[in-house]
Design a protein around this ligand. Structure first.
Ligand code: PXG
Length: 443
């Protein structure tokens, strides 16, 4: 970590994302370095990272192997065009990624973010149906409280009202939504997957009746919804979605931007739940967030269908990004995947999950807590909102925890925990212990 003390910069020029800019700039919170489980703040405090950045730094911060791979690559090949040209690391990264994916899902399209992955997945689904001669399958079914990034495709299938309302007039047409699965009267304080709620998948059947299967391209859900408040899928729910998609010829897209790479103790949520979709979107921990990177994983049959529908010399999919398979991102991904394997971090997450669950659920009965949800190394603790001030209590708890040296996320009044998978048992206790103290101290 740097020994010189950085100064508070002038904050005027930056328009910050998903941030209350004026509130932040009145009292900025700056992080200046990081290592392993900890950030260091501008004012010199260590902060335990209870969120792996934004659910993305699964191997912990500033890992030397990843940093070195990026530095080496930046000197050797900084950039190579990805259209009609290639470089070896792109193929190597794709091949390595395939080894972690469910059997048969072995074709990879690289993007630079989860938002790009979501929009790419939707476009691939459309291209697939068109290639099969069913171009009229253009509708998508998303889910309330779902988050699929901030592209127009992603906010259209997404189900977070605040992210949609400003742009409502220009959302993608032909989108409908399943109900979310959150119902405190039925499933509050469930440990792991709630026993209640599998029947909510049957709303897909209702939507198929309404729109007709022949107009629907696919269904996109997060297997476990993160940003919407850590909503764990009810037992049997994903299985039912899969069966209905099969029955009606709909592609099932799992947005695994948060859930992949060990968060649940397996390489993917698909593997963890034993439900294989047709398309998986990835980002975040794919490169340990050290360089922006996303990917879309598709079943071989989908790839083959799209590829073989075009004449042999033709571009099969008119889609891609300047930074698809960027050499630095490829180097970071390869080093990251090697690190996950060498340190067996997915198994580590699995072995810590029971302690994590117990530590989270120990807050049952603490002041203001109205629900606790968890799976793997992910937990959501939902607080009673302050009267007519939704989100205010979540924000206050976030601030007070930060003062106590622990970074948590809040989404509305739900606190979200998703630490790096290298977390130590004592740090798990610190995480939830700090929250317990904080809850006791606020009104
Ligand atoms: N899909 C899912 C499931 C996500 O969680 C995205 C897509 C978009 O990824 P990009 O890389 O375009 O941001 C995400 C991102 C939070 C939070 O605290 C969550 C995300 C991003 C920022 C904050 O809930 N998820």
């Amino acid at each position: 970590m740097s020994s010189t003390v950085p100064l508070m910069p002038n904050t005027d020029a930056l328009w910050m994302p998903f941030t209350a800019n004026r509130q932040f700039k009145a009292a900025p919170r700056l992080l200046v370095s990081a290592s392993g489980m900890y950030y260091r703040s501008l004012d010199g405090h260590e902060v335990l990272d209870g969120t792996a950045g934004l659910w993305c730094v699964n191997a912990g911060h500033c890992r030397a192997e990843i940093a070195e791979a990026i530095a080496r690559q930046s000197r050797e090949l900084d950039y190579a065009p990805g259209f009609q040209m290639g470089h070896p690391l792109a193929f190597e990264a794709a091949a390595r990624l395939v080894r972690l994916m469910p059997a048969g899902m072995d074709r990879i399209f690289f993007t630079s973010s989860g938002s790009e992955s979501a929009d790419t997945a939707l476009k691939i689904a459309l291209a697939y149906h068109r290639a099969r001669g069913e171009a009229q399958r253009m509708r998508f079914i998303g889910r309330e409280r779902g988050y699929h990034g901030v592209g127009f495709g992603g906010i259209s299938v997404g189900g977070i009202g605040a992210n949609r309302k400003t742009f409502a007039a220009n959302l993608m047409p032909g989108v409908d939504h399943l109900p979310h699965t959150h119902d405190l009267s039925q499933a509050a304080f469930s440990r792991g997957q709630p026993a209640w709620g599998a029947h909510l998948a049957d709303h897909l059947e209702r939507l198929v009746m309404l729109h007709d299967a022949s107009t629907i391209a696919g269904v996109i859900v997060e297997p476990l919804a993160g940003s919407g408040g850590v909503l764990v899928p009810p037992r049997g729910y994903l299985e039912r979605l899969r069966a209905l998609c099969d029955r009606y010829g709909l592609l099932l897209i799992f947005d695994e931007v948060i859930t992949a790479f060990g968060r649940l103790g397996a390489a993917t949520a698909s593997e963890y739940f034993g439900v294989t979709p047709d398309i998986i979107t990835l980002a975040k921990a794919i490169s340990n967030a050290a360089v922006p990177l996303g990917a879309v994983v598709v079943k071989r049959a989908l790839y083959d269908t799209v590829i073989s529908a075009a004449s042999p010399d033709a571009i099969e999919l008119f889609h891609g990004y300047t930074y698809s398979a960027h050499p630095l991102a490829m180097a970071a991904a390869i080093a990251t995947l090697q690190l996950y394997e060498r340190e067996q971090l997915f198994a580590r997450a699995r072995s810590l999950a029971a302690q994590f669950e117990n530590a989270a659920h120990a807050l049952r009965g603490a002041a203001h807590v109205r629900d606790i949800r968890n799976l793997g190394l992910m937990a959501g603790i939902e607080l009673e909102p302050l009267p007519s001030q939704p989100g205010a209590r979540g924000y206050e708890v976030f601030l007070r925890c930060l003062e106590r040296g622990v970074l948590v996320r809040y989404t509305g009044d739900t606190l979200a925990f998703s630490p790096p998978l290298i977390i130590e048992p004592a740090q798990i206790e610190q995480l939830f212990g700090t929250l317990a103290e904080t809850l006791q101290s606020i009104s």
